[in-house]
Design a protein. Structure first.
Length: 94
């Protein structure tokens, strides 16, 4: 698994907070595989893991920018990924 560059992640979230779409694209490019691996570790299913990646990055893109993390960005990303599993399951059972 790719090691998280904490400084890079922090800078990307700061830039995203200010509306920098290139920073969002870089976040996606650099961290989509990590999000996928976290999701796959929970789900053991590639199709659902792909859905989780989509949900996580849609949430980051559409969230009120004031709610983006200002510290512990890697923990926040992990939490959003694991909570997205609950979101996915809720939609499947609805």
């Amino acid at each position: 698994m790719k090691k998280i560059n904490v400084e890079e992640l922090r800078e990307l979230f700061i830039e995203i907070k200010y509306g920098n779409n290139i920073a969002f694209e870089k976040l996606y490019k650099n961290y989509k595989n990590l999000v996928y691996k976290i999701a796959y570790g929970i789900l053991k299913n590639s199709y659902d893991s792909d859905d989780i990646v989509q949900i996580v990055f849609e949430k980051i893109y559409s969230i009120d920018k004031d709610k983006l993390p200002t510290r512990n960005e890697s923990s926040w990303l992990y939490s959003v990924t694991t909570v997205s599993y609950t979101h996915l399951r809720a939609h499947e059972t609805a």
